[in-house]
Design a binder for this molecule. Structure first.
Ligand code: OOB
Length: 541
């Protein structure tokens, strides 16, 4: 089996501990510590359910005992595909307590991706909702369990059926040996650039550090109320500072099932939410809704926006529409987090993506040959530091493409540094589409398209889009018959792809334009996809 985890060099690990970044506590014990300090305060609001820190801590203990009774042991993996819910939160921390590693899948993911995750992570259990947004997860989970012998348990958060339920697992509290703080705590999904998913092993110590330092940077305290609007399986609402950062200071986390303003605005008004995180595509929708929406959003002090480029004009409008400060967040599940600071001047907040969180984050901006560019020039961002991984989980030789020999992560983002030290994201060199903050690896979709009987070859490119930032266009060579978008969608759904990975438009070419070294020239294809005729061929948006 490939190496699961690439630790930091010992000398650096000791330095991060000496500097207090890495605390000698696993996340489950961290929560116990926070809960003892803030026992009676409200930790979590999920619909009509309100849990104090003590309530949540007790539920986590009962669930940990339940997972243990199933025979799950430290180092095992459990696939968690739950929407934002108390069950998600309690289950993750229960797994942290045992040293069992949650693999966080998005609720929107479907069988092709879940299959691929199971192949890499070989989880022992799969935690799923009964239904969410009209989709019944149980038949999908049953099919997946039939294909992956590692999966011993399907655990449903919901009504009892033939499967175990999360509630039914709970057992009386007992003590377990806590995992080490340098051990892997959880596996996050990478946006990816290849046909196979990459998993990001985050340790207890590094993840807790990112959450605590982010909470401090954002000025969170016990009176902070954080709305988790984006799916918690994403690093941004989970840890930047998100749920974990809010818990670390005794604040309250309010859960929304979906990030739409129709659900979020009434929650902000009712719970007096002070901070939340969004991607730019949603920020635009929230801005537009304020033209007529009357909910009282006066409690909202800080709106964080990240995951994709936020245009300065959109940032200005957002601030005016919601009447709060805006913070740009340029982050990645692999680690590095850049933030504009709450007291930064307007031009920094509106036109840059901020600067690194930690004094020990190292950033290099390099040209194609790996040489550092002149100050102010743009180049690829490479980074390493106290909460940036040194390798993907079980990725073997693929890590050589994503990390330099001296441990820098190659982000694939093109950035430049302003004179004030802030970063501006100018583009990317990775073959990815950033569709409203959801990352799509072109190679993954191309691989599926090539399986279509009429398709000889396929390339997927990004097209600028006013609502999503970018949408996807499939460019196909299909000499015999040209499949329409409807047919392609049906085909790709049948192969287990989720809605957001289906191409938004399709175009055809007879042969590929090639670059000087003979690669498919995707820049040319993107120009083709932007032409009016191609635009007309996109009924789906
Ligand atoms: C966040 O994490 P991921 O892992 O889904 O995606 C990371 C990539 C970055 O490499 C960059 O390409 C893009 O998303 N990105 C941005 C951006 N923030 C992320 N591009 C332009 N402007 C920004 N502000 O997306 C993520 C993780 C933690 C916090 C926030 C976002």
């Amino acid at each position: 089996m490939e190496r699961a985890f690439h630790p930091w060099p010992e000398e650096l690990a000791r330095k991060y501990e000496r500097r207090g970044y890495w605390q000698p506590l696993a996340l489950g014990e961290q929560f116990r510590h926070w809960a003892s300090r803030h026992a009676t305060r409200t930790a979590l609001v999920d619909g009509a359910t309100r849990l104090s820190f003590a309530d949540l801590d007790a539920r986590i203990d009962r669930l940990a005992a339940g997972f243990h009774a199933l025979g799950l042991v430290a180092g095992d993996r459990v696939l968690v595909q739950l929407p934002n819910s108390a069950g998600f939160v309690a289950a993750c921390f229960a797994l942290f307590r045992l040293g069992v590693v949650p693999v966080l899948a998005m609720p929107a993911q479907r069988s092709a991706e879940i299959d691929a995750l199971c192949q890499v992570a070989e989880p022992a259990a799969y935690l799923l909702p009964e239904r969410f947004l009209g989709f019944d997860y149980r038949p999908m989970a049953e099919e997946i369990a039939a294909r992956h012998p590692s999966l011993r348990f399907l655990i449903v958060d919901g009504a009892p059926g033939p499967h175990l339920t999360l509630e039914g697992l709970e057992r009386p509290r007992r003590d377990f040996a806590a995992p080490g703080h340098r051990d892997v705590a959880l596996l996050l999904l990478s946006g990816g650039t290849t046909g196979t998913p990459k998993l990001i092993p985050r340790t207890h110590a590094d993840y807790a550090y990112a959450a605590r330092a982010s909470a401090e940077l954002c000025g969170l305290g016990p009176d902070s109320v954080t709305l988790a609007a984006l799916p918690l399986a994403h690093n941004f609402p989970l840890c930047c500072p998100g749920l974990i950062g809010t818990f670390s200071v005794g604040g309250t986390v309010v859960l929304a099932r979906t990030p739409g303003f129709d659900e979020a605005f009434p929650l902000i008004a009712r719970e007096r939410v002070t901070i939340t995180a969004l991607v730019p595509a949603l920020a635009r929708l929230w801005t537009a809704a304020r033209a007529w929406n009357q909910d009282d959003l006066s409690s909202l002090a800080l709106l964080q926006v990240g995951g994709a480029r936020l245009e300065p004009a959109a940032a200005t409008e957002l601030r005016a529409a919601l009447g709060c400060r805006v913070q740009q967040v340029f982050g990645m599940a692999e680690g590095l987090l850049c933030y504009t600071r709450p007291d930064d001047p307007d031009d920094v907040v509106l036109t840059t993506q901020g600067r690194p969180l930690s004094p020990d984050d190292e950033v290099r901006i390099v040209d194609e040959d790996g040489n550092e560019v002149a100050p102010g020039e743009s180049g690829e961002l490479l980074t390493r530091g106290p909460y940036t991984i040194r390798g993907y989980y079980r990725a073997g030789t693929a890590n050589a493409a994503s990390f330099t020999p001296d441990g820098f992560y190659r982000s694939g983002d093109l950035v430049r540094r302003t004179a004030g030290g802030n970063l501006v994201v100018e583009g990317r060199v990775k073959d990815q589409i950033n569709r409203g903050g959801e990352k799509i690896a072109a190679a993954e979709i191309e691989q599926h398209l090539r399986a279509h009987p009429a398709v000889r070859d396929a390339a997927v490119v990004a097209v600028p889009d006013p609502r999503l930032g970018e949408r996807s266009c499939a460019v196909l060579i299909a000499p015999e018959s040209q499949p329409g978008l409807d047919g392609l969608h049906a085909f790709l759904r049948g192969r287990g792809l989720p809605r957001h990975k289906l191409p938004d438009q399709v175009a055809f070419v007879r042969s590929w334009p090639l670059t000087a070294i003979g690669k498919i020239d995707k820049k040319q294809l993107a120009r083709l996809a932007r032409m009016p005729e191609a635009e007309a061929a996109r009924p789906y948006l």
